[in-house]
Design a binder for this molecule. Structure first.
Ligand code: NAD
Ligand code: UDP
Length: 317
């Protein structure tokens, strides 16, 4: 296949490009580097099945060539942390444009080439969930004007637009609802909890727990996620599919795990005031649908995944 990947210079986009190339596909990467890094794609220089276009997807997208088989729309800031310049709270208009206009442009490309379209959606469409764990039938609990709304509502709009193109134009679409994923190539400074904690533990500093640390998340290692995404792409499932690791842990539990693995005696410091507005209390994917239709489930546990992630952080700190 010949595949356009938007957000290719980001954490997930770059791993996706690697996997697609390894499977023998031709990949066109697209990115404007607002939160991504050129280094994430440096190893693909000279790869004949990879090309790159520097472009903002909220502007009209032009893809050269006569054929295109798939558009994978991964471009969007993704960190909620208001304390980082890369957090979407500090890139509010860009985030809404990537989710709304970028999705529209990506769907337009898919329609023009009669290509398959995949949207990188998110567990954030469930907001601060009142149903636990979250399955795909849950409609969510999102504040439409809260700090996080620039991301959540853009993604909810993007899902609705994707389904509109599916229903009214017959476009072959996929929606992956990604839950917290970590691994090599995450920005060290985008403020997400795993990079923050690993960086702090490597520097022998106390880990910055926002709030009391009783809020929970469920962390998926990037290789597991990419496997699920690739299976979804090849499937004929047009309903949204949760992809994530259902192994739930409190943020305090994550801090203790990272401190133990890295032998950091400094413990944690709690910062109640740094916890962003609307920060979900609990999050865990129900992955029954992924198990059933993709025969997929994660195989890498948290401790193994963190150890696989460490060399990247040690090299880049
Ligand atoms: P990331 O910030 O590392 O990657 C996003 C990439 O998109 C960056 O390279 C950025 O420069 C690019 N981008 C943003 N706006 C753009 C624009 N207008 N034009 C072109 N490029 C643009 O984040 P990530 O974690 O790799 O996330 C990738 C996708 O997966 C996002 O759509 C995000 O919403 C989704 N997602 C990620 C997670 C996760 O845990 N990592 C969870 C849920 C959803
Ligand atoms: N968090 C934290 N310390 C940090 C960064 C984040 O305690 O240094 C918390 C944050 O408040 C949230 C959780 O960790 O409750 C996960 O945050 P992240 O930014 O990784 O993404 P989210 O799951 O909220 O989208």
């Amino acid at each position: 296949m010949r595949i356009l990947v938007t957000g290719a210079a980001g954490f997930l986009g770059s791993h996706l490009c690697d996997r697609l190339i390894a499977e023998g596909h031709h990949v066109i990467g697209m990115d404007n580097f607002i939160t991504g890094r050129q280094e994430n794609l440096a190893h693909l220089a000279g790869q004949e099945r990879f090309s790159f276009i520097r472009h903002d997807v909220s502007q009209y997208i032009f893809v050269p060539g006569d054929t295109l088989d798939a558009v994978l729309h991964f471009a969007s800031p993704a960190s909620p942390n208001p304390n980082s310049p890369y957090g979407y709270v500090n890139l509010p208009i860009q985030t809404m444009k990537a989710g709304a206009l970028g999705t529209h442009n990506g769907l337009g490309v898919a329609r023009a080439f009669d290509a398959r379209f995949m949207l990188a959606s998110t567990s954030e469409i469930y907001g601060d969930p009142k149903v636990h764990p979250q399955d795909e039938e849950y409609w969510g609990h999102v504040n439409p004007i809260g700090e996080r709304s620039v991301y959540d509502e853009a993604k909810r709009f993007a899902e609705a637009l994707t389904l509109a193109y599916h229903r009214y134009h017959g476009i072959d679409t996929r929606i992956v609802r990604i839950f917290n994923t970590y691994g090599p190539r995450m920005r060290l400074d985008d403020g997400r909890v795993v990079p923050n904690f690993i960086k702090q533990a490597l520097s022998k500093e106390p880990l910055t727990v926002y709030g009391q640390g009783t809020q929970t998340r469920s962390f998926c290692y990037v290789d597991d996620l990419i496997e699920g995404i690739y299976r979804l792409l090849l499937s004929d499932e047009s309903r949204p599919v949760n992809i994530g690791n259902p192994d739930e842990i409190s943020i305090l539990g994550l801090a203790e795990t990272i401190n133990r693995i890295l032998d950091n005696p400094e413990g944690v410091t709690r910062y109640p005031e740094k916890r962003g507005e609307g920060d979900p209390e609990q999050r865990r994917p129900d992955i029954s649908r992924a198990r059933e239709v993709l025969d997929w489930e994660p195989v890498i546990d948290l401790e193994t995944g963190l150890k696989k992630t460490l060399p990247y952080f040690k090299e880049n700190i």
